[in-house]
Design a protein around this ligand. Structure first.
Ligand SMILES: C=C1C[C@]23C[C@H]1CC[C@H]2[C@@]12CCC[C@@](C)(C(=O)O1)[C@H]2[C@@H]3C(=O)O
Ligand SMILES: O=C(O)CCC(=O)C(=O)O
Ligand SMILES: [Fe+2]
Length: 346
């Protein structure tokens, strides 16, 4: 097994867990999509006190101390804003335009590219949906490799612009992801042998277009349910508020977009490799009445790569996880979801 698509194929979803609601014909929030009762402001759902909360740092990729600052941010938050990343504004805007064009299509048009139960790419709800009893106010489009197969189903004669923009964006994301990965892996003291996949073609990239349509009852809806990312790093573009990360002892901290910056998350794979030195934050998306979008790029090692926690030469330091391959971990995550890390902990 070589690709992410093949890895997810082995863990099929039920058809009922794939089809998004036709949001355009839903003037009110159906019970299936209501996460809280009216007037229920339970602890779990509510914000932390905004006055007492700080948020993730802003890091300049060109800063001579960038590696140290990134490591510190990954330790304290598992997330940071990245500025001076070098992605031209028109590339970001081009992707935004395509995302708006895609999700504003009528439901039946998007359904032509519906992800099959064994598929990993195309249109559908979030993969994590089966782990929650309520549905999300969310639709997504997943790209792994070339988007043309799925894009052709939606726009038979007019798919080229979408594909060009997505492929170009993915290429640029890959360059940043490689750079960040190289920086932190070197800082962790990981050998060149164990780092040689970084920058190689067998490294895995996936692009997820997320869309939350305008919601009639946003306080009771969920834009994207709490999860950690299955990646080394995830690089996120969004002009909208709503993303929150959970910080132990502080609660849900808003991560609002910073002009010209991308948002970077540490994923499960880097958490494992760093022997839990870097955190992989649980995050979610809350809504307001406005529609919102985000584009997430997930960077991962090849399927056969062994994720082994780095333990320092200090003999007292012990591996907190057993060794697993990327492929094995994806299988575990498909079964155990939020319990995956404790399942492999020693
Ligand atoms: C490379 C990835 C990472 C995936 C699976 C696969 C393609 C789609 C990604 C997402 C995108 C939306 C949130 C998430 C939680 C989901 O449901 O699908 C992500 C998931 C993961 O991070 O596990
Ligand atoms: O929409 C967002 O801001 C977050 C998206 C996300 O967490 C994901 O795609 O994994
Ligand atoms: Fe995420």
């Amino acid at each position: 097994m070589n690709t992410l698509s093949e890895a997810y194929k082995t863990h099929p979803l039920k058809l009922g867990d794939i089809i998004p609601l036709d949001f355009s014909s839903s003037p009110s929030l159906p019970d299936s999509h209501a996460w809280t009762q009216p007037n229920d402001d339970g602890d779990e759902f509510s914000f932390s006190d905004p006055a007492s909360s700080s948020s993730i740092p802003i890091i300049d990729l060109m800063d001579p101390n960038a590696t140290k600052l990134i490591a510190l941010a990954c330790e304290n938050w598992g997330a940071f804003h990245l500025k001076n990343h070098g992605i031209p504004l028109d590339v970001i805007q081009g992707v935004e335009e395509e995302v708006q064009r895609l999700f504003s299509l009528p439901s039946e048009q998007k359904m032509k590219a519906l992800r099959s139960p064994t598929g990993a790419t195309g249109y559908g709800i979030a993969r994590i949906a089966p782990f929650f009893s309520k549905c999300m106010w969310h639709e997504g489009f997943t790209i792994i490799g070339s988007p043309s197969h799925d894009a052709k189903k939606i726009w038979p004669d007019d798919y080229a612009r979408f594909c060009d923009r997505m492929e170009n964006y993915e290429k640029q994301m890959r360059i940043i992801a490689e750079r960040l990965t190289e920086m932190v892996m070197e800082l962790l003291g990981i050998s060149e042998e164990k780092r040689k996949w970084v920058g190689a073609s067998e490294a895995n990239g996936a692009l997820q277009l997320n869309f939350n349509p305008s919601c009639p009852d946003p306080n009771r809806a969920m834009g994207l349910a709490p999860h950690t990312d299955t990646s080394i790093f995830t690089i996120l573009q969004t002009p909208s508020t709503g993303l929150q990360i959970f910080k132990e002892g502080k609660g849900w901290i808003p991560v609002n977009p910073h002009p010209d910056a991308l948002i970077v998350h540490t994923g499960d794979f880097l958490h494992i490799i760093s022997n839990a030195r870097f955190s992989c934050p649980v995050h979610r998306v809350m809504l307001n009445e406005k529609k919102r979008y985000s584009v997430a790029y997930f960077y991962s090692p090849p399927m056969h790569y062994m994720l082994s926690p780095c333990v320092s030469s200090d003999l007292n330091s012990v591996a907190r996880f057993r060794d697993v391959t990327v492929e094995e971990y994806i299988g575990i995550k498909s079964q155990k979801f939020a319990d995956s890390l404790s399942f492999i902990s020693t």
